[in-house]
Ligand binder design. Sequence first.
Ligand code: ADE
Length: 266
Amino acid sequence: MTRRARLLLLSLGAPVASGAQERRATVAVLGAIPVEVELLRARLQHPVVRTIGGIEFAEGLLAGRRVVVARVGVGKVNAAMTTTLLLEHYRPRRVIFTGVAGALDTTLAPGDLVLGSYAAQHDLGAWDARGMTNATNDSATAITSNPVRFPGDTLLLRVARTVAGARTGWHVREGGVLTGDVFLANDSVRRDLRRRFPDALAVEMEGAAVAQVCWQQGRVPLLVVRSISDGAGAKARETFAQFVRRAAERSSELVTRIVAGVPASR
Ligand code: ADE
């Protein structure tokens, strides 16, 4: 059955075969909080929503491409659970995480965009008298060990650079995105993260968890895209409240363009 025929049948409420092949989405887009996925969900054409394990997965066409959008909730465990369900049930070719982040680099301002050259869990490792050290960690899958840094997909990065470069007024940087189970609002911890990961630009709470599941389950290509909502320092809570919506929408805007720019054959 062609994609068009299937979407037409689904929009009419007609029963359709739903083998794994039929459900294969080209790109999956994940976000953590409602404002990070609302715009993308609103833009879906012929949306079909399915609830799996309590999580809503919205399938449809975005910029002419078949996508599935889901909100994972906040933090690494929620992100890992939803990514596992996503890969099992939709088998996307690529995954993009969209949302907001705290800036680790003080030259970044609210609304600036960060493309994750890698994602790493800053809170996974050993904490001794000298402080925190990150190390590779064991996996129970056939992949015996996880790297500290999960690389961003080269194709998605290339497309993202091109589409972002074509848009005037956006400041886009490429660098590491750090993930941990904390909202960071502390200048000395922010400086310590920069010392441990000098090329990291942003901190958030889901990206590397999604990256690790994608890595372990067949190296599914992933890109973390984040827009800055705050400076991860003492004023982070107030700045976050002020900029979260604008930043989340800007990230959604870039992700829509990335989805449109991914070659149909890939
Ligand atoms: N997401 C947005 N801002 C953040 C921060 N300061 N710490 C962790 N996650 C964030």
